[in-house]
Design a protein around this ligand. Structure first.
Ligand SMILES: [Zn+2]
Length: 504
């Protein structure tokens, strides 16, 4: 007994001693290369299967992060749970068929569909309106003089893009837009490359909102044989541009059936309660999802964004240690790892639309996406001692002085503002999770290693390629910055109006 109490006294005096001189550096030291490496080998390991949103791998990663938060003693960040769930939808093809004048045609042999772009329906049309290339732009209008409302339109594959469905890309599908604008309810696009060598993927992409303002026309890509069944000998003429538009009599049946599955994903949130300013919040965020796997190939996503995820865990541990030593933050800190980033910033967007804590009491979001590697294209300065800092000149004039002061005092990294340049084509500020906070007026700083070459979004983004010393140092910079923002008297002032992004 006696010995034990002596030990307790000794311990108590050690804690008191640490308390007296403890600045943030005493706790930043607990952010170590070893810890980061251990956790990253789990998060970006085989078991997590590349952490694709709404899959088992993502759920395993979420459970791992939740367990870490819980064992550190963080409170559940979403009221009584650690996870903030949001719905995700995915379509799968049940069956599809096209019939022209009594003749049945087969999927992949004669026609193809994009599962995500069609709605369940069976249409029977007695005529088909040929609209050439189906293009509408400032110089001409393929729909001029035609009434296609409630009808099926037939168009050629876009010149120079044989077999390219509607000529769509990630900016949308202008020809489908034109058909919809003119009121068509189905689109047949003629392509040359049938039968298809790769089968139609019966699973569509995941999507976030099941409810749309408008329903898109159903689109089928059909073979030249099918086009001839509708247009007869005219097809050869139409192909060379000799027929601009014409209405054909033909009995056309278009059937498409799909099933929609309701899936779920989540953001994982842990709360460290503050002291006298606990109703104000500092957010530290990173996305934990990645691309998952294709067949058996795993996309590990060690840098993207396993590096940010394990940094959030390490910072949580450091702040918990500080609190245990009587140096807890004055403001509450929310550690949040989000999913759905790779799909289109879903998890952060969901949070910003359904905030658990008032956004006007959220002083800052410090967001990390990829801080574990070295940008091989960066030729100036010390490649083993830099980080790209984005957004510290926007929304609040308090951001930069704090960021630079803490860096000068503690970490001495080269803060590189290359991606902050308004002329930088990458427009990073508008392209990652923090933008969902910025849009709502919350000042943000984004940390990034610039690694867009080599292994970016490839299965080779693996934990063995991470520079753990540099990762630790960068995470420490975020920790110091968060420390100051959590403990200063005032919230960050919001004195800069956010410019509107170009081209959005
Ligand atoms: Zn990322």
């Amino acid at each position: 007994m006696k010995q034990l109490s002596l030990l307790l006294i000794l311990l108590a005096s050690m804690v008191a001693g640490a308390q007296k001189q403890a600045g943030p550096d005493a706790f930043a030291k607990s952010i170590t290369a070893d810890d980061l490496s251990r956790n990253l080998h789990i998060v970006a390991g085989k078991d997590m299967e590349g952490r694709e949103t709404a899959t088992d791998g993502q759920k395993k990663a979420a459970a791992f992060i939740e367990n870490q938060f819980r064992s550190l003693g963080l409170l559940p960040g979403n009221k009584d749970g650690y996870q903030l769930y949001y719905p995700v939808y995915q379509d799968s093809l049940v069956n599809t068929a096209v019939e022209i004048n009594g003749q049945l045609y087969e999927l992949d042999k004669d026609f193809s569909v994009s599962v995500g772009q069609c709605n369940t329906s069976t249409y029977r049309f007695a005529e088909v309106v040929f609209v050439g290339n189906g293009l509408v732009d400032s110089t001409h209008d393929d729909y001029k003089g035609l009434d296609v409302r409630g009808k099926v339109v037939l168009m050629l594959a876009q010149a120079g893009q044989p077999g390219q469905g509607g000529g769509g890309n990630r900016f949308g599908n202008p020809r489908l837009d034109a058909a919809q604008k003119n009121g068509a309810i189905a689109v047949l696009t003629i392509a040359g490359n049938f039968p298809r060598t790769t089968k139609t993927n019966p699973k569509g992409n995941m999507y976030l909102s099941a409810f749309q303002k408008t329903v898109r026309p159903n689109q089928f890509t059909i073979s030249e044989k099918m086009a001839t069944a509708i247009m007869g000998a005219d097809y050869a003429n139409a192909k060379t541009g000799n027929i601009q538009s014409k209405v054909y009599t033909a009995n056309v049946m278009l059937r498409f059936n799909k099933a929609t599955t309701n899936l779920q994903s989540s953001d994982v949130m842990g709360l460290l309660e503050g002291t006298d300013l606990k109703d104000q919040y500092v957010f530290i965020t990173a996305h934990y999802d990645h691309l998952g796997k294709r067949d058996t190939v795993i996309y590990y996503g060690a840098d993207d964004d396993g590096s940010g995820t394990v940094s959030v865990l390490e910072m949580a541990q450091a702040f918990v240690k500080a609190k245990a030593a009587g140096k807890g933050p004055r403001r509450s800190i929310v550690f949040m790892t989000v999913s759905g980033e790779e799909k289109g910033l879903w998890g952060s967007g969901y949070y910003a639309d359904h905030p658990v804590y008032p956004l006007d009491k959220t002083t800052v979001d410090l967001n990390i996406d990829m801080i574990g590697r070295i940008d091989a294209t960066r030729k100036q300065g010390d490649s083993t001692n830099y980080v790209y800092v984005v957004g510290d000149d926007k929304l609040s004039s308090d951001l930069k002085p704090i960021s630079e002061t803490m860096n000068k005092k503690y970490t001495n990294l080269e803060l590189d503002y290359k991606f902050n340049d308004a002329k930088d084509p990458n427009r990073i500020y508008f392209r990652s999770d923090h933008y969902n906070f910025a849009q709502k007026g919350v000042p943000i700083i984004f940390y990034y290693d610039g690694m867009l070459g080599a292994d970016y979004h490839k299965p080779t983004d693996t934990p063995d390629k991470i520079n753990y010393q540099l990762l630790a140092k960068r995470a420490q910079l975020v920790f110091y910055t968060a420390w100051e923002m959590a403990n200063r008297d005032e919230m960050l002032k919001r004195d800069i109006i956010l410019e509107k992004p170009r081209g959005f």
